[in-house]
Design a protein around this ligand. Structure first.
Ligand code: SAH
Length: 259
């Protein structure tokens, strides 16, 4: 880190766990703290969303373990197994880096991992990352807020921990939040569309679905609330994706060139 000599980073002590956000994909969006952690760790347990270009920044001696939950896939590791593995590695004296996509606390189950580790008397440090909802929207040219159009932004998960559409108050959400960014929307786009229309949002409101945002495979689908299910079915857009609705989506036409 010789170029950043004035910034001091804490020492990554053996037998501790650092829970680190890797950002949405583009390695340039890593924080300096995350980069420091990658250089210091000797075991990196990463989830499925972390870009290989980021893992390539690990120190040469670091051991990589893929252990990620991914939208309820049958093969994805159970949360409990991940936590037990982190405890086991820390107890063996490793500097354990748990690397998660985006920010660990934004729909990332960060606390669910940190608390049992703390309860096992192992030191945990949390290093925030840039969440996909913010940087992913931006890379598609969509500001999540704009002074002219919204004073509220909502980040909503498209499914809860059991895979169902979450029990949010759709009326309140639709009324109070001009811009809504859905994480994990792909399984339930039809239900999200139906709930928002029922709650009074207009069929001609602009919607953009952005997949693999900030990576070279970024794809977007420009549509409206009324047509989103039909329009998406004509694309091959897949998770990880964001579903963004609201007036700022229209700014994309001018801002998309900025990234
Ligand atoms: N902790 C993460 C979110 C984990 S939930 C964060 O803060 O970003 C996983 C969901 O995040 C995905 O289903 C998708 O909705 C979103 N996501 C993560 N990376 C993404 C990317 N590069 N492009 C679009 N959506 C992404």
């Amino acid at each position: 880190m010789e170029n950043f000599a004035d910034i001091t980073f804490p020492e990554f002590a053996p037998a501790t766990v650092w829970l680190v956000g890797a950002g949405p994909g583009d390695p340039k969006l890593l924080t300096l703290f995350a980069y420091h952690a990658l250089q210091q760790a000797n075991v990196i347990v990463h989830d499925a969303l972390v870009d290989p270009a980021i893992l390539a920044l690990a120190a040469p001696h670091a051991k990589l373990e893929a252990m990620g939950k991914r939208g309820g896939q049958a093969t994805s590791a159970k949360q409990k197994d991940i936590t037990l593995r982190l405890i086991e590695l820390a107890r063996a004296g490793h500097k354990v880096l748990r690397l998660k996509g985006g920010d660990p606390f934004v729909f990332g189950r960060g606390a669910e991992e940190a608390l049992p580790i703390l309860n096992a008397n192992i030191e945990v440090r949390i290093i925030p990352g840039i969440s996909a909802g913010i940087a992913g929207s931006a890379y598609a040219g969509i500001p999540v807020s704009d002074g002219q159009s919204n004073q509220v932004i909502s980040f909503v998960t498209g499914h809860d921990t059991s895979g169902q559409v979450p029990a949010v108050d759709w009326q309140a959400l639709a009324k109070s939040s001009p811009v809504i960014v859905f994480y994990m929307p792909m399984k339930h786009v039809d239900k999200i569309q139906a709930e928002l229309l029922k709650a009074g949002r207009q069929a001609d409101e602009p919607v953009c679905v952005v997949s693999k945002a900030t990576t070279p495979e970024q794809q977007t689908c420009d549509t409206t609330l009324g047509s989103c299910v039909k329009d998406l079915s004509k694309t091959n857009i897949k998770a990880p994706a964001l579903f963004i609705i609201g007036p700022t989506v229209a700014l994309r036409q001018q801002l998309t060139e900025c990234f």
